[in-house]
Design a protein around this ligand. Sequence first.
Ligand code: PAF
Length: 279
Amino acid sequence: MQIFHSIQTLQNFLKLSRLEGKSVGLVPTMGALHQGHLSLIEASKNENQVTVCSIFVNPTQFNNAHDLAVYPRTLESDCEMLTSAGCDVVFAPTVEEIYPQLPNLKFDFGDLERVMEGTFRPGHFNGVGIVVSKLFNIVQPDGAYFGQKDLQQCAVINRLVKDLSFSLKLNICPTLRETDGLAMSSRNRNLSPEQRALAPHIYKALQKASQLLQEGTSGEAVKVAVQNYLSEIPAIALEYFEISNFDTLQPINELSEGKTALCIAAFMGKTRLIDNVIV
Ligand code: PAF
């Protein structure tokens, strides 16, 4: 596996791969990899001759200095995992390499970012839009692979690809879960053993909500049920629970015609976790 820290050396390598007619898949990550990331690598390997995994903790998407400071940085073990997974290339740039100067550019994803993560993490999707655009421009992949756990991020990137005419196939891959249901996340490793033991209740709350909605319970009542359920677990501080139209991500009060997304964000101590299920 090749590891590049500079844009130039990565691009030199990719140029040769393209001359050999190889297609390139990109898996953008912030490192602290888990099986969920490896499933994205596998999806890319199934469709491309070269898979690039970018590892970059992007400062412009963090609205919380503590979150950025404690975000796990584990490049060495990430590279070991990626080697075993058969990844071809790691692109691990420094902050200066990606941001020789901080961009003044501002993305506005409209209604898509006026809900949920966009409301609670102001500026987050602007930072995601900037870094993902940069990565797409740098790597020029044929396909890019993202996890459905970050559902709103997937919707925003889908819009970005269309609005900026990026010529690539966007692939959204299913959320991987631990055996107790907790969605895999790099942030899980910041949980204390006590918090980790209680964290699956976030997914249980989503499952309960899904069941109630399918039984015909109103959205308002489902929201109250989720709040009541989680209020029994003081270690979990609910930030939001939303019932949303899957395509627009706008709030709804009952199951929509198409798919409905149930989305949740909660703090366990200083660690913020998100999850969703699709009904
Ligand atoms: O989902 C993530 O890990 C990040 O938001 C991404 C897409 C790599 C951009 O920094």
